[in-house]
Design a protein around this ligand. Structure first.
Ligand SMILES: N[C@@H](CCC[C@H](N)C(=O)O)C(=O)O
Length: 366
């Protein structure tokens, strides 16, 4: 497989809700204007009704010389990677059907290129739906947009669940299955309204397992501890939801955080790469509206500022409970929209409920 992304010839962009409408897609630069029709069964085989031009030669595979072969034939060649782009509250992913192999179809450096918002498809990460292990139905793996591999992704697992439901024809049915992840067993359940409720398992609070080098101060946990970042002392609580999170409600002795005023791009990387986080960290900056309503902005490890972070929202509620700022059931507002989070006392599991939507179906030549 060549290392470069030769052509991001995204083919057809239909949400299920617009399945029966006609769409017109204009691709800029040298790519043609294509007219597409409805897609009854949008399983990665887009239907091209008419194409006013042929695809430019640089983007087309070798076998395009035959006049009778169509754009679609080229797309179905083995060198094309079919994907579905999903988002969970604007946290967006290229999702790949990898059920035929336990090795990801693409390498981390290819994921970096596909995630590029100017030269690729554009996404916060690439998600692979692989065969299950240890009795689970499926395995989910993910590469961040920088090519690193996190253990877990909350918005991603909701997208994963909708993707599996589409692949396996679960449409309209309430459906739950088991997913093996780097964070252990995760159980998403598709609700009748299309939202996905996920049993995210137990939060990990033991400092060494988050991991953080900050000293524990409440049992084994790091709660409202001081952390100096760029000369400013912040109060932080460290939580792992399989992946590491540093949650802050503000600086020591400072006013309550006004999260909209933060320069995330400036401060975020300083938390992410701080010495006390040997595996780097995701960081959540949180404002408390009420004990059941929080507002959060996130700087993600390996992806930067994103519109939402599911594991981050879970970690935020756990931290808010540990710091005595909120109850166990909260709405967490993120830039991309709200998530409902419950840290259930009975089983110590965190439950996350939120949407996951198809953005478009496409193919790309690797
Ligand atoms: N956006 C995700 C988290 C993705 C992984 C994260 N960047 C990490 O490296 O841990 C979510 O919704 O949880």
């Amino acid at each position: 497989m060549a290392d470069t992304i030769a052509a991001a010839t995204v083919s057809l962009f239909l949400k299920p809700s617009t399945r029966h409408s006609q769409l017109f897609l204009t691709l800029t630069t040298s790519l043609p204007v294509l007219r597409f029709n409805s897609l009854k069964n949008p399983k990665f085989r887009p239907l091209v009704v008419s194409s006013s031009m042929s695809i430019d030669s640089a983007a087309a595979p070798q076998e395009t010389s035959s006049k009778s072969s169509s754009f679609l034939d080229h797309r179905e060649g083995s060198r094309f990677l079919h994907f579905v782009k999903y988002h969970g509250l604007g946290n967006d992913f290229i999702v790949l059907d990898n059920r035929d192999s336990s090795e990801p179809k693409i390498r981390p450096e290819q994921a970096v290129k596909l995630c590029d918002r100017n030269f690729g498809i554009g996404a916060d990460g690439v998600i692979f739906a692989l065969p299950g292990v240890n009795g689970t139905n499926y395995t989910m793996r993910i590469f961040n947009s920088d090519g690193s591999e996190p253990e877990m992704c909350g918005n991603g697992v909701r997208c994963f669940a909708r993707f599996i439901a589409e692949l396996e024809n679960f449409h309209g049915k309430r459906q739950s299955f088991t997913v093996h992840t780097g964070a252990g067993l995760i159980v998403p359940e598709i609700q009748e309204d299309g939202q996905v409720k996920v049993d995210m398992g137990e939060p990990v609070l033991k400092a060494a397992n988050v991991p953080t080098k900050l000293a524990s101060n409440k049992n084994d946990a790091v709660v409202k501890s001081e952390l100096v970042v760029d000369g400013v002392t912040w109060n932080v609580t460290c939580v792992s939801m399989g992946n590491p999170h540093c949650v802050t409600f503000g600086t020591k002795g400072g006013e309550d955080l006004q999260v909209d005023a933060l320069n995330l791009a400036q401060i975020g990387p300083k938390f992410e790469h701080h010495d006390v986080f040997p595996a780097r960290t995701n960081t959540e900056f949180v404002q408390v509206y009420s004990p059941s309503h929080l507002k959060m902005r996130v700087w993600e490890r390996g992806a930067g500022a994103t519109l939402a972070c599911g594991t981050g929202a879970c970690a935020t509620v756990v931290a808010a409970v540990l710091e005595g700022r909120a109850g166990r059931n909260c709405t967490v507002d993120l830039p991309g929209g709200p998530l409902e989070i419950e840290w259930r006392e009975e089983d110590n599991h965190v439950y996350m409920t939120g949407p996951a939507e198809v953005v478009f179906y496409g193919s790309v030549r690797l």
